[in-house]
Design a protein around this ligand. Structure first.
Ligand SMILES: NC(=O)c1ccc[n+]([C@@H]2O[C@H](COP(=O)([O-])OP(=O)(O)OC[C@H]3O[C@@H](n4cnc5c(N)ncnc54)[C@H](OP(=O)(O)O)[C@@H]3O)[C@@H](O)[C@H]2O)c1
Length: 381
């Protein structure tokens, strides 16, 4: 049976740049176009799952960034996984699982060089390519080890600690048995999870006395900063000598009307500390090393990973949930990695329920296993 169910490709395109502030009702627009015949060397891919990331908001702004902005009229950029439905390229056959920048659309078509074949990871799931073994896991790894120069015994603070990158960074730090790990999150459910994982202190940034509680934590050696803004500014007053601030993301500023002005940067001088930005793509040649580490951590039960998935309702496709999923992240409604599932073909409610059930059974939710095996830790003495 062919995997190609439609003749048309429905997508969400950038219709209007949102300016400062959150995306609006007119930021994206649906478009339907007839699917084209393939040229030699091309594949057609059914998009199954797309990753939703806070940084997508920054891609909508014009101007210079770490990658070019999405152009007005173009399909919204998104990493995704899918199955090959037709191939005119060597090495690709119908049914192959592929990963690439598939975008917010039902079908992706283009040169086979733009996508990578993937196998379902041993002991894992296809969607791990978008989370644990994808950019989130890689970012946590290179951020902590290369930028943070994590050492066992450090006091490590992590913001958005129950999010996609944060959940992995937190558990890598926890795997260093002499580290003191302090996690920041924005809900009771997330804080409870982080406590269960073994964090030494967990702070809810939505509580009124958050600032005081953060102050009481004392000096910090490594701060894994996912949010920027006010929290970063406060951490700058609590730096241990030679502290390292990992500037991973600044998501509190992505939707804000005006940039946040840090006031405490002079403390970097007196603490002889560093504050360093990084982009994970620069480490592409070392992805295998990071994936091997993350897999080993998971295999010994020291790395659980949650996914927040939004499925379409019956009769619709995944496009109906993309904008909502992105908005939810900024409200903190996600736990772990967020993705939207099942773009095409349209599923019945029964099929969607069956798929959700399968995924839940597989998600590893529950108490983390407490294994004591030693693992190889880059940078440890
Ligand atoms: N440098 C790189 O190469 C790279 C690569 C990937 C991602 N990133 C960055 O890493 C960061 C995390 O990305 P992610 O994909 O893992 O997202 P995420 O943490 O899964 O989702 C965002 C989380 O941020 C928290 N949040 C939202 N508003 C907040 C606020 N005002 N103050 C504190 N926390 C707030 C929310 O959790 P709470 O409920 O806990 O508030 C929300 O769940 C982002 O800044 C992203 O841009 C960087």
């Amino acid at each position: 049976m062919s995997l190609l169910k439609n003749e048309n490709n429905e997508s969400l395109v950038l219709y209007e740049r949102p300016g400062r502030g959150p995306i609006t009702k007119t930021t994206f627009q649906r478009r339907s176009q007839k699917l084209q015949e393939l040229s030699n060397g091309e594949v057609k891919v059914r998009v199954d799952y797309v990753s939703i990331d806070p940084t997508m908001r920054t891609w909508l702004n014009p101007g210079r960034s770490y990658i070019p902005p999405v152009q007005v009229g173009a399909v919204m950029r998104a990493a995704g996984i899918g199955r090959v439905v037709t191939s005119k390229a060597d090495g690709f056959s119908e049914g192959d699982l592929v990963f690439g920048e598939l975008g917010w659309q039902e079908y992706w078509q283009g040169s086979s060089k733009s996508v990578k074949r993937r196998e379902i990871p041993q002991g894992g799931r296809d969607i791990d390519h978008l989370g644990l073994l994808g950019v989130s896991g890689l970012t946590a790894y290179f951020g902590l080890f290369d930028i943070g120069r994590l050492r066992d015994g450090d006091t490590v603070l992590i913001s958005a600690a129950a999010g996609s990158v944060g959940l992995i960074a937190t558990q890598i730090a926890l795997a260093h048995l002499r580290c003191k790990v302090i996690a920041i999150a924005g809900s009771v459910e997330k804080c409870d999870l982080l406590k269960k994982l073994g964090c030494h202190e967990v702070l809810n940034h939505k509580e009124r006395n958050f600032k005081n509680k953060l102050k009481q934590v004392g000096l910090i050696d490594v701060y894994f900063d996912n949010v920027g803004g006010e929290i970063l500014d406060q951490v700058l007053t609590q730096l241990a000598d030679h502290a390292r601030i990992i500037l991973c993301g600044s998501l509190t500023t992505y939707n804000s009307q005006s940039p946040y002005g840090l006031t405490n940067t002079p403390n970097l001088i007196s603490s002889k500390a560093s504050m360093t930005g990084f982009i994970t793509f620069d480490y592409a040649s070392r992805y295998p090393e990071a994936r091997a580490y993350l897999s080993s951590l998971r295999n010994i039960g020291k790395l659980r990973y949650d996914y927040t998935v939004l499925y379409p309702v019956e009769g619709q496709n995944g496009l109906s949930r993309c904008v909502e999923a992105l908005e939810q992240m900024f409200r903190g409604e996600n736990l772990g990695k967020t993705w939207v599932g099942r773009f095409s073909p349209f599923l019945t409610n029964t099929e969607i329920q069956a798929e959700i059930q399968t995924r839940q059974n597989f998600s590893g939710r529950g108490s983390p296993t407490q294994l004591e095996e030693q693992i190889i830790i880059p940078g440890s003495e």
